[in-house]
Write a protein that binds this ligand. Structure first.
Ligand code: ZN
Length: 270
C-alpha cells in the first residue's frame, strides 16, 4: 500500500510504501535528497483503514482479513496500554516496563487464542467487570473464520456489518481507555526516537500524522458522533441520538472515509 509524501528538500511529491515499522527511509527521485518519514499511526488503525479502502474499492472478501487483523492488533494495543499504565502508577521505569512487556508478549505473540485470554483479563482488571464483547457473536468469529479459513465469499453487506461491529467495539474500548492510550502510543514514539538517533546528518526527518477512521477519538476530538460546536448549539440539539454499530460506521465513513483515498496516492498533495 502506497502513500504520497512531499520531499522536504524540493517539496515535490514522492510515493512511499507503508512499512511494518511505520518508518520510511526515502531518496527523492527528483532531487536525490534523502529523508525519513515517520508515520504516527497505530498498527490497528492502519489495518482498519486498509480494510475500509478494500471495501470501498469492492474487495469485500479481502477486507475481512484486514478488519480481523485490526481487531487483534487493537487488543494487543489495549493490553499494552493497560500494562504500561499499571507500571506508571507503580512509578517504575518506562524502559524496564517496556522490556518486561515485550518479553511477556512473546509468550502469546504467535497464538491469537492466548491473546484473547490476555485481553479478557486486562479488561477485567482495568474495568472491574466481565468483558461482554468476548463471545464469538460479538467478535464476529464465525463469519471471520468462514471467510478466512473456509473460502466463503461474503457479500458487501455482510462485510460492512462485520466492519461496523469491529469499528464500534474498537471505538468503545478506545473511549474507555481514554488518555491511557498514550502509554501504548509512547512505545511507537520510542521506536521512532531510536531510529532518529541513527540517521546521518544529510537525512531530513519528517513526522506525519495520517487521518484515519479512529484518529478523532484517540486525540480527544469529536469522535464518530459529531458534537455541536457552541454551547448554544448543544443546548438546542439536546443529547446526541444513540447510533447502532452500522450507523456509527457509516457516519465515520462519511466523515473520514474519503481521506483514505490518499493512501493509494489518488489525491496529490497540495
Ligand atoms: Zn526532492
Amino acid at each position: 500500500m502506497r502513500f504520497p509524501t512531499a520531499c522536504p528538500h524540493c517539496t515535490r511529491e514522492i510515493q512511499a510504501e507503508f512499512t511494518d515499522s511505520h518508518i520510511h527511509d526515502l531518496t527523492c527521485p527528483h532531487c536525490g535528497g534523502r529523508s525519513c518519514v515517520f508515520v504516527r499511526k497505530q498498527k490497528f488503525e492502519l489495518l482498519f483503514d486498509l480494510g475500509t479502502r478494500a471495501l470501498m474499492d469492492g474487495y469485500a472478501r479481502e477486507a475481512v482479513a484486514s478488519f480481523a487483523a485490526a481487531l487483534e492488533r487493537f487488543f494487543e494495543f489495549y493490553v499494552k496500554a493497560h500494562a504500561l499504565e499499571g507500571a506508571a502508577v507503580r512509578g517504575g521505569d518506562f524502559g524496564a516496563a517496556q522490556a518486561t512487556l515485550d518479553r511477556t508478549w512473546r509468550h502469546v505473540a504467535s497464538q491469537s487464542e492466548r491473546q484473547l485470554g490476555m485481553m479478557t483479563l486486562a479488561y477485567f482488571l482495568r474495568e472491574g467487570r466481565e468483558p461482554d464483547f468476548m463471545d464469538g457473536k460479538s467478535l464476529g468469529s464465525d463469519f471471520r473464520n468462514r471467510v478466512i479459513h473456509r473460502g466463503y465469499l461474503p457479500t458487501h453487506a455482510e462485510v460492512e456489518a462485520y466492519a461496523a461491529r469491529v469499528f464500534s467495539l474498537i471505538d468503545r474500548l478506545l473511549t474507555e481507555l481514554g488518555p491511557s492510550a498514550a502509554h501504548a502510543e509512547l512505545l511507537q514514539e520510542l521506536t521512532f526516537a531510536a531510529h532518529l538517533e541513527t540517521l546521518p546528518d544529510d537525512v531530513t526527518a519528517v513526522f506525519e500524522e495520517h487521518p484515519g477512521m479512529f484518529r478523532a477519538r484517540r486525540f480527544g476530538g469529536e469522535g464518530p458522533v459529531s458534537a455541536p460546536r457552541t454551547p448554544g448549539e448543544k443546548k438546542a440539539l439536546g443529547p446526541a441520538p444513540s447510533l447502532n454499530d452500522g450507523q456509527k460506521f457509516q457516519q465515520a465513513l462519511r466523515e473520514r472515509g474519503q481521506l483514505l483515498r490518499a493512501f493509494k496516492g489518488e489525491k496529490t498533495l497540495p
